[in-house]
Design a binder for this molecule. Structure first.
Ligand code: NAD
Length: 333
């Protein structure tokens, strides 16, 4: 089998090398360039699959070229697939495979670490120490996690692992989900509503997808119901949160701190180097500069294990479809 691979980042190269060592029978042609008009010159007959990872739009001509060259499998090294033209893939008879689960632990660990950062007052401690204030003083006395209540919004793959980690640290863990699950109920206690969750908990961690239904579900009204010591953690999707309302809640001391790995309008900014004057988004700048916000550019997933799994599961899924005609990772178009 021959696979044409695009958009290979430096951090993915070891994973591709390992795959190649394990599967010498599979021929990979690897390109660092994104799939663009220019780099589409590499698309030609003889390949069975194309493997891509990019959020930048791909033109219709490219999809047609892939199909015309007889490439029948499109493997994305991501869980999400909203960046591809599904209508075209369907029309052209190209089958799409993705990586539904690659490492829930990566994201869950990030959420837990971020919550611990604020619950142990690392922000205040670092500030004091850098000002050479080495005193033991009341504002940096911390609450132990085992004395705290943690709320998980969305108790799926990632939410369950986060719940387990918090539980293992001794926290009382609560959850809210539209579809409560038996597995999660073994770890946490379900509450009936999101309002109840925020009224109860000292730490809230978001692990639900972005849907129309939950757009800005964390809004001014909900922040008004939160506990004033709340540590709010969003490693899910930016659009779940009305960010301006969240910043106001911080200003008004209605909540204590925020860990924010996903921001609604992060798209043009993440994974690039910037000069301050070129960042036109005032809200993003505020997130970056505040001491009570730990902002990061959508990197909760970014571990060696997750990267290796993304590469290997995507390639394996393409191979499965090629050899057996089916794979559980296929997106039915
Ligand atoms: P999942 O599908 O396994 O679980 C999501 C859960 O949310 C499900 O149990 C679902 O029933 C629940 N849910 C959906 N809408 C809801 C609503 N309105 N109210 C309550 N519950 C609702 O998903 P997952 O793999 O655990 O991913 C969780 C989130 O993490 C997603 O938003 C995903 O995009 C995000 N994510 C972030 C990163 C990162 O690097 N920051 C990486 C991967 C995934």
């Amino acid at each position: 089998m021959k696979i044409l691979v695009y958009a290979v980042r430096e951090d993915e190269k070891d994973a591709f090398k390992l795959y190649q060592e394990k599967h010498p029978e599979i021929e990979l042609e690897i390109h660092e360039s994104l799939l663009t008009e220019e780099s589409s010159q590499y698309i030609r007959e003889g390949f069975d699959a194309i493997c891509v990872s990019q959020v930048r739009a791909i033109s219709e001509e490219i999809y047609r070229k892939v199909a015309n060259c007889g490439i029948k499998i499109w493997a994305t090294r991501s869980a999400g697939f909203d960046m591809y033209r599904l209508d075209l893939l369907k029309e052209l008879g190209i089958r799409l495979v993705r990586v539904p689960v690659y490492s829930p632990n990566a994201i869950a660990e990030y959420a837990v670490s971020g919550a611990l950062y604020f619950s142990r007052n690392f922000d205040k401690i670092q500030k004091n120490v850098q000002e050479l204030d080495l005193r033991w003083i009341k504002p940096i006395v911390s609450e132990e996690i085992r004395k705290q209540k943690v709320g998980i919004f969305g108790t799926g793959n990632i939410g369950r692992v986060a719940a387990l980690h918090f539980k293992n640290l001794g926290a009382e863990v609560y959850g809210y989900d539209l579809y409560p699950s038996k597995e999660a109920a073994e770890i946490l206690t379900y509450v009936e509503s999101l309002e109840e969750l925020v009224k109860t908990c000292d730490i809230i961690s978001l692990h639900a997808p972005a849907t129309e239904e939950n757009y800005h579900i964390f809004n001014e009204e909900l922040f008004n119901l939160c506990k004033p010591n709340l540590i709010f953690v969003n490693t899910a999707r930016g659009s779940l949160v009305d960010t301006k309302a969240m910043l106001k809640a911080l200003d008004d001391k209605k909540i204590r701190a925020v860990v924010m790995d996903t921001y609604e309008f992060e798209g043009p900014y993440i994974n690039k180097v910037w000069k301050k004057e070129d960042i036109k988004d005032e809200v993003l700048l505020a997130l970056i500069e505040r001491e009570d916000v730990l902002y990061s550019p959508h990197i909760a997933f970014y571990t060696h294990t997750a990267i290796e799994n993304l590469v290997h599961i995507a390639l394996d899924a393409a191979v499965k479809v090629f050899n057996t005609g089916k794979a559980s990772e296929e997106v039915i178009l």
